[in-house]
Design a protein around this ligand. Structure first.
Ligand SMILES: [Zn+2]
Length: 258
């Protein structure tokens, strides 16, 4: 399977097509619009986008990133999401073949990608993704993931519980809402997929990402009061732990225990 170019091509095409659907989710979920019915429209002139202008990657390049009708620029985000989705699909099939494990890991990473972008722009984490993700994580623990069901169940409650506790403490100290319910549910989903053992590594890496972004804002001279969605750091951190997991954690512990 590893050397099969057809498998890679099929995974790439499937990944690009699903990536195109992920773009639909990113645009429509925060607006509570149906994600299945209705043709996609240009966000500027509202003209329906023809199928031949909606082919992943190819259409974007052919139209030079502009709407065919009003020529207004199309966000590069559409292209990037399609490419990331296609890349993930190829990498997973290369490592795990066309297996349930590859499918489950793809779905997890795809949900994390959508949550990162939706939370970043709207400070919302749709329940259908986080709560649905918890159920998918538990199911995966039974079916194919290398996580036991008890670890997955405890992971969901430990992940959600830790953030819930942090939010409560923050509220008492700062008398302000710091951690949203969306972050709690997202961390529950991450715990369900990765097991309770990975809850702390994910929180640690997310905090590094958050701190790095804070420093970036400081250098740019922007206010630190800019609302920041912690979910946008949690989700990529979970992806990092999934992809580099064991190696990363061993390295980190090794650094301290040396
Ligand atoms: Zn247009």
């Amino acid at each position: 399977m590893f050397s099969d170019p057809y498998a890679h091509a099929i995974a790439l095409i499937a990944g690009l097509l699903v990536g195109s659907f992920l773009n639909v989710l990113i645009v429509r979920l925060p607006r509570n619009e149906s994600v299945v019915g209705g043709r996609s429209r240009c966000t500027t002139c509202r003209k329906t986008i023809a199928w031949y202008d909606n082919i992943p990657v190819i259409s974007f390049i052919a139209l030079k990133g502009r709407c065919r009708h009003c020529r207004s620029p199309i966000s590069i985000r559409y292209l990037i999401v399609e490419l990331i989705s296609g890349g993930i699909a190829v990498a997973l099939v290369a490592h795990f073949g066309f297996s349930l494990l590859a499918l489950w890991m793809y779905v997890f990473l795809a949900i994390l990608l959508v949550i990162t972008l939706v939370d970043w722009s709207h400070q919302i984490i749709p329940d259908v993704l986080s709560l649905g993700g918890i159920v998918l994580g538990w199911t995966g623990a039974v079916v194919c993931l290398p996580v036991s069901l008890p670890d997955s169940l405890i992971g969901a409650f430990a992940g959600g519980g830790v953030l819930y506790g942090v939010g409560k403490v923050y509220k008492i100290i700062r008398k302000a809402e710091g951690m949203g319910g969306g972050d709690v549910k997202l961390m529950g989903m991450i715990g369900a997929f990765l097991g309770w053992q990975m809850v702390f590594p994910v929180l640690l890496i997310a905090s590094f990402f958050g701190a790095a972004y804070g420093i970036y804002l400081l250098i740019r001279g922007e206010s630190s009061q800019t609302p920041v969605a912690f979910g946008s750091f949690l989700a990529p951190a979970a992806a990092v732990v999934l992809i580099f997991g064991a190696e990363l954690w061993r390295g980190y512990m090794g650094f301290f225990l040396r």
